[in-house]
Design a protein around this ligand. Structure first.
Ligand SMILES: [Zn+2]
Length: 294
């Protein structure tokens, strides 16, 4: 134990202040990324209900990555750059519904009708949840995390596109360095680990945009990057009919991207009409864990 402690102290000292933030609960870089609409309160979950976490293990793992290796010019920018998974690798008639909870001033809502439908029909789903949503909907988050129907995965800390060089998507500025990429992934990772005791392993960035070097770095952090091949609700802007028709375009192994944070959208209504039809066609809905992605 003492040896480990010494190792950690040496490691933190060695990499210097810029990377030492990874040993904190709230990475330093995150403060730069968070906009004024956040009301993240660090003390919200403080108390004896928090499961204890061996933080030293996390520190060792993250410090072993040489961020300099990722400090280079990226060549690709978009939703489907090298390394991004968009489908389940299968010949079987199965598909995955994935729902993002984005957080932020216009993204902290909760689609009760949608989640109730999934529960009533026992439809497994993967939920990509941003840290801002977790802070705002803390009780709901814990309920969802305890529900075996749902797999909780990482939708980032500040909900920004992921780049080692900077850039933007949908008017949102991307991370600008490997350090910021790491903070965007691990900030939410450590928060969820602290709250649930579970290590997430799938990442989808805010806006679903990346460069290929950032994707490599996310992989080195122990994550697969998962986007979609079915644009299910186009950022929760589709009507119910459009959502239904998008979902009915699914083929074996499809991963559909939808949202669970916009109750005013057509998403729930579209999912409710599409799911019975897909079931009639023989589709089985699966969570992404245990599936080989491609
Ligand atoms: Zn989002």
């Amino acid at each position: 134990m003492l040896r480990r402690l010494v190792y950690i102290l040496v490691a933190i000292g060695f990499v210097g202040l810029t990377q030492a933030c990874t040993s904190e609960e709230q990475p330093i870089v995150e403060e730069d990324l968070i906009t004024e609409d956040e009301e993240t309160s660090e003390g919200e979950f403080a108390g004896d209900e928090m499961p204890s976490v061996d933080e030293s293990v996390e520190v060792e793992e993250s410090q072993s990555i040489d961020l300099e290796e990722y400090n280079r010019e990226a060549q690709q920018w978009g939703e489907n750059v090298d390394g991004v998974k968009t489908r389940i690798d299968t010949e079987e008639k199965k598909m995955a519904l994935t729902f993002d909870a984005c957080g932020g001033q216009y993204g902290n809502g909760y689609d009760q009708e949608l989640i109730s439908f999934l529960e009533e029909e026992q439809i497994p789903a993967t939920l990509f949840i941003n840290q801002r949503w977790i802070e705002e909907q803390s009780e709901l988050f814990l309920e969802l995390a305890e529900n075996p129907l749902f797999q909780i995965e990482n939708h980032g800390t500040a909900h920004v596109p992921l780049s080692v060089n900077g850039g933007a998507a949908w008017g949102i500025e991307a991370t600008q360095s490997p350090e910021e990429v790491k903070a965007e992934v691990l900030g939410n990772h450590e928060r969820v680990l602290e709250l649930t005791g579970r290590k997430m392993s799938l990442f989808r960035s805010g806006t679903a945009f990346y460069d290929e070097v950032a994707v490599e770095l996310v992989n080195a952090l122990g994550y697969e990057v998962v986007n979609f091949d079915i644009l299910g609700d186009a950022g929760a802007t589709y009507t119910a009919k459009q959502v239904e028709s998008a979902l009915l375009g699914s083929e074996n192994g499809a991963i559909a991207l939808l949202h669970m944070n916009q109750p005013e959208s057509g998403t729930a209504a579209g999912v409710k009409t599409a799911v019975p039809k897909l079931r009639e066609q023989g589709y089985q809905f699966v969570r992404l864990d245990g599936e080989k992605l491609e």
